[in-house]
Write a protein of this length. Structure first.
Length: 407
């Protein structure tokens, strides 16, 4: 049987192991300092560089949204009836005043004929009442003359006066009946006109388009049943939603550029026309409407688009590729290239606008030269580098370890 190690032996073995680990670590550190890490004066690091430029930068906000027709009108009949003819269909152009649909009108024509006949009867009654009133007026004049000469008594004059007033009242009733029948005729004519459904608008472009058709010919319609929708495509409206971070940077009249996946490489100019005065509680976003110029009617309602809004534009600023940015000790910066000494040195920077893979350098000002855009993750704060022009045929040292800096 094997002899169980004593507690003292276990302590001695553990102590020896710790000493061995410590000595090995010291040897590794010494070897590393003598050999030098990547770029630290020992092994040069192969990098790619780019020139620092001066140019214009734009501060852009990018948002996704949906296109909507600027105006969308649902065409419906004001009266009930059977749809006799539908004169337009989906996609057809429509002008204000154009006839779109016709309902069966036999019943409404008959109502007009009946109203016209009633009006003629009322006018005849008015004419008869007028004649009777004229006769009563003459009788009243004679009675007054006879009464003044003492031939007729007061009672006889009162009787003639009462008959005149009664006939005058009948005349006013006949007048009211004529006005009533005229109104009934006009109402019948209006209902008859409602059987012819036309497009009508006062503002906007003269031409719009049929967006949807909801019914077919021959359908019996109730009043206000949708038949068609008519939409305006020029201009068209892009609707986006923004958070409070950008909400207060927006203002009406601000320019925007709209693009869609259906037209790669093509942009459409627009401007902000409406900003909601509140943010929705559920999404914490506000609705913003952009009026987009759509002269060829290429953009259609319902399309998914991307809108870029320009918040600021600056010219003559210092610009470097975004890939040149690095962090060391939590501080953003760039690695400036010393081409003569084949060295790269980290300098802290303060950045500004980011646009299209480029970034504006606010501080330090007036930096120039070239910066490292690939390979700086192997550098600490400075180190030797191999430039592409002088690195032909050379192989960078293989190293899978970061030199301690942050990417």
């Amino acid at each position: 049987m094997m002899k169980k190690p004593t507690r003292k032996n276990v302590v001695l073995i553990a102590g020896a192991a710790l000493v061995a680990v410590f000595l090995g670590w010291k040897i590794y550190q010494k070897a590393k300092s003598e050999a030098g890490g990547p770029g630290a004066g020992g092994v040069a690091v192969a990098v790619e560089v780019a020139a620092i430029e001066r140019g214009a930068m734009r501060d852009l906000g990018s948002h996704t949204g949906t296109l909507m027709a600027k105006t969308r009108v649902t065409v419906s009949p004001k009266i009930a009836g059977r749809l006799n003819r539908l004169l337009v269909d989906i996609g057809d152009p429509v002008r204000s005043g154009q006839l779109l649909a016709v309902l069966e009108d036999d019943e409404y024509r008959q109502q007009v004929i009946q109203a016209e006949a009633d009006l003629r009867v009322a006018k005849a009654n008015l004419e008869e009442a007028g004649s009777s009133l004229t006769m009563q007026e003459r009788n009243l004049e004679r009675a007054r003359a006879l009464h003044q000469s003492g031939i007729q008594s007061d009672a006889q004059l009162d009787q003639v006066t009462a008959a005149h007033e009664s006939q005058q009242a009948r005349f006013h009733v006949a007048e009211a009946q004529v006005a009533n029948r005229e109104a009934a005729l006009e109402s019948a004519r209006v209902r008859l006109a409602y059987t012819r459904i036309s497009a009508s608008w006062e503002r906007g472009r003269p031409v719009r388009y049929v967006g949807e058709r909801f019914v077919d010919e021959g359908v019996l319609l109730a009043a206000n049943t949708p038949i068609l929708s008519v939409i305006e495509l020029q201009p068209i409206t892009a609707v986006i939603h923004v958070t409070d971070r950008e909400y207060f940077r927006l203002k009406t009249g601000q320019k925007a550029m709209v693009s869609g996946s259906a037209f790669p490489g093509k942009t459409f100019s627009g401007r902000i026309v409406r900003i909601a005065p509140l943010l929705q509680e559920a999404s914490r976003q506000a609705r913003v409407e952009i009026e987009v110029d759509n002269p060829e009617s290429l953009l259609k309602p319902g399309m998914f688009v991307n809108a870029q809004i320009e918040f600021a534009r600056r010219a003559g600023v210092t610009v470097v590729p975004y890939n040149a940015l690095a962090k060391r000790g939590g501080q953003p910066g760039i690695f400036m290239v010393d081409e003569a000494g084949q060295m790269a040195r980290f300098i802290p920077v303060r950045t500004g606008i980011v646009e299209g893979g480029r970034v504006e350098i606010l501080e330090p000002k007036d930096v120039s030269g070239r910066v490292v855009v690939l390979g700086h993750y192997l550098l600490e704060t400075e180190g030797r580098i191999i430039l592409p022009e002088s690195g032909a045929g050379q192989k960078p040292a293989a190293s899978g370890k970061n030199a301690g800096g942050e990417k």
